[in-house]
Design a protein around this ligand. Structure first.
Ligand code: SF4
Length: 286
């Protein structure tokens, strides 16, 4: 996805579906939590996302993914021999009906320091929107600018976002189909402004695991309230449906797509810049 919060409630998790009793729910929760921790831990290790002394700004939209992100980072913080700090930050973008009260209550109960920030993106986006255009690109740019500045002001050297494996492969397909670019989302990015490092600890976690975790934890998922969020005609929703139907007819497709993003053969593409670069890297595949 763009840098958008995943504000949709997909409370269709295993525990919720099963109507299981407390002990079955606890077992379910432990199983989901183990998967979540394993996959997030692996991504953090593979991309060296967290180092001793980091102060990480955790972006909380009120969607299931951002709550899952905070939860997994808290669990890792307790278990890891590496000491790092967390600061949860929520931005109210000014869309009507956005329930910041529920988010603040959850963050207060979580025990992690947090900050609630107000910004009126809704008016700016509405005033500048071309007829027929979607607001997401401008909205994402505004949000990214605010987050990057906040991280510096709050002395955070990393910004953690809740994008997951499905977001990454959906972005890959969207770029392929609609942008003429072969690109997805990096697990770790040193921003162009040289001031910020963005990390995506959930890069290996399937969305379904986060949905199950959210349902089991009963996270207070809120919608962002913007007019575009989750609209069926949005390109992301179209791609989501396409991938979901492919996965149903051929289970494992999404897994292979994520593996492909980690196993690029530059010489098998038609990018001339990339080919000349590969030619100068000894030992790189021909
Ligand atoms: S307009 Fe809505 S869906 Fe689009 S990026 Fe902004 S908050 Fe997300």
């Amino acid at each position: 996805m763009s840098e958008a919060p995943s504000g949709t409630d997909t409370s269709s998790g295993t525990a919720a579906r099963s109507g299981a009793g407390p002990s079955a729910r606890t077992r379910d929760m432990s199983r989901i939590e183990r998967v979540l921790l394993k996959k997030a831990g692996q991504a953090i290790q593979d991309y060296e996302m967290i180092s001793a002394g980091d102060r990480i700004m955790v972006c909380i939209s009120g969607g299931k993914d951002s709550y899952g992100l905070l939860s997994v980072l808290q669990l890792l913080q307790r278990r890891s021999p590496v000491a790092f700090e967390l600061l949860a930050v929520n931005i109210d973008q000014g869309w009507p009906g956005y329930d910041t009260g529920a988010i603040a209550a959850h963050l207060r109960a979580s025990g992690t320091p947090f900050l609630m920030v107000d910004r009126d993106f809704a008016s700016v986006v509405t005033a500048n929107l071309e007829p027929g255009a979607t607001p997401c690109s401008l909205c994402s740019r505004l949000r990214r600018g605010v987050l990057y500045n906040l991280a510096v002001e709050l002395s955070c050297n990393k910004i953690a976002l809740g994008h997951h494996a499905d977001d990454i492969i959906e972005t890959l397909v969207m770029n392929l189909l609609y942008s003429g670019t072969l690109a997805a989302m990096p697990a770790k990015l040193h921003a162009d402004d040289g001031r910020n490092t963005v990390i995506r600890p959930l890069a290996y976690v399937p969305e379904a695991v986060l949905a199950d975790y959210s349902a089991a934890q009963r996270f207070p998922v809120v919608r962002c309230g913007c007019p575009s969020c989750g609209l069926p005609e949005q390109k992301r929703q179209v791609v989501k449906r396409l991938l979901s139907s492919l996965e149903q007819s051929d289970p494992g497709v999404k897994h292979h797509m994520l593996a492909a993003v980690r196993n690029v053969k530059p010489s098998q593409l038609l990018d001339r810049t990339l080919q000349s670069l590969v030619a100068h890297v000894p030992g790189r595949e021909p």
